[in-house]
Ligand binder design. Structure first.
Ligand SMILES: Nc1ncnc2c1ncn2[C@@H]1O[C@H](COP(=O)(O)OP(=O)(O)OP(=O)(O)O)[C@@H](O)[C@H]1O
Ligand SMILES: [Mg+2]
Length: 325
């Protein structure tokens, strides 16, 4: 590779053109083209969108019906061994050899990725320290909790110090604290100048780790870009929560609908939540709530604003439900 090509390939770590993958008569990727820039990139989409299929195609684990894929300028199928050394992969489902102790498993995976045994063992200790597995590393993986298994999966993905990392739903099955720690680890890994593609159906995970998101649904790229740009124009979306008599709450909704662009109204346990666009502050809303004789419980910008990018683009009826938690 010339120096010029190398620089270009790292600006766009992964370049894909017109990938089509089908499983029997299921079209999992539909003429999918996307260039994945370096840095942390969130691959976001509902269940069944094609995220794992996209990752497996990039890794050369499945061969597309058609389309071109290049990782740092190399073909994952025909240049398999060169690609293997520079990528790390944390699969969505279990890849662990349960009858191994974690330390032996991670060291073994390092050797599979081209490391010498005498380098793989000390490096595996270092990586298990990094992901927070202590003395348990000598125990069989079969005795591990889900969260511990996720950590070992991450350790084996980074043991050979790859330049490009694929993490498929890394926070799956983790409790809130574990999830936070996993996202922290991902941020730390990216500080060491790596490209990381993180697939998830949890919007907040992407917001926590990434500047750039690719949104995928039904095997197609819906939109992609810098998160700030994707969120531009959404910052005026606010929500207000009120309590009161049923009729009073209905009147309040009506008053808001007359003056604002109301996006949604939901009612739960005697409380009404209204989402609407309001570039101003909350003073006028407070007055309106007094007029309508309802009690104002909360008024604030909508935090999970990324969800709004999906409004109108995803069909929620076909299992494409996005988790906002
Ligand atoms: N081995 C397979 N055999 C048949 N169909 C498959 C297979 N793997 C995936 N599919 C189908 O391909 C489509 C894309 O699946 P994929 O696993 O890539 O989605 P995903 O975005 O990773 O979903 P999830 O969030 O559930 O992991 C789905 O309709 C899925 O049912
Ligand atoms: Mg998946």
């Amino acid at each position: 590779m010339t120096e010029e090509q190398e620089i270009e390939s790292f600006a766009n770590a992964i370049v894909t053109k017109g990938i089509t993958v089908s499983y029997g008569n299921i079209l999992a990727l539909d003429n999918f083209s996307a260039d994945v820039p370096s840095g942390i990139v969130g691959l976001l989409g509902p269940n069944g969108a094609g995220k794992s299929t996209f990752i497996k195609a990039i890794l050369g684990l499945l061969v597309p019906d058609k389309g071109d894929i290049k990782i740092a300028g190399r073909d994952p199928v025909t240049e398999r061994s060169a690609v293997r050394d520079m990528i790390g992969y944390m699969p969505e489902h279990d890849c662990l050899m349960e009858s191994f102790a974690a330390i032996d498993f991670v060291s073994y995976m390092g050797q599979i990725s081209g490391m010498k045994k005498r380098d793989a063992m000390p490096r595996s200790h270092e990586m298990l320290d990094f992901v927070g597995i202590g003395e348990e590393r000598y125990r069989l993986i079969s005795s591990y909790s889900t969260g511990m298994k996720q950590r070992v999966k991450l350790a084996q993905a980074i043991v050979h110090d790859p330049k490009i990392l694929f993490l498929d739903e890394p926070t799956n099955g983790m409790d809130p604290l574990g999830r936070e720690e996993m996202l922290d680890l991902i941020r730390k890994i990216s500080d060491s100048d790596k490209s990381i593609l993180v697939s998830t159906h949890i919007l907040e995970d992407v917001e926590r780790v990434s500047d750039h998101a690719m949104i995928i649904s039904k095997g197609q790229l819906i939109t992609e870009g810098n998160l700030d740009n994707l969120l531009a124009g959404k910052e005026n979306l606010k929500f207000v929560k009120v309590r009161g008599e049923e009729q009073a709450m209905m009147n309040f909704v009506k008053i808001l609908q007359d003056s604002y662009d109301v996006h949604s109204v939901t009612q739960e346990r005697g409380q009404t939540t209204i989402e609407f666009m309001n570039p101003g502050d909350g003073k006028s809303i407070f007055k309106l709530s007094q007029q309508a004789n309802v009690q104002l419980r909360a008024y604030s910008p909508k935090r999970a604003a990324l969800e709004d990018i999906f409004i109108g683009t995803l069909d929620k009826d076909d299992g494409g439900v996005l988790d906002g938690n």
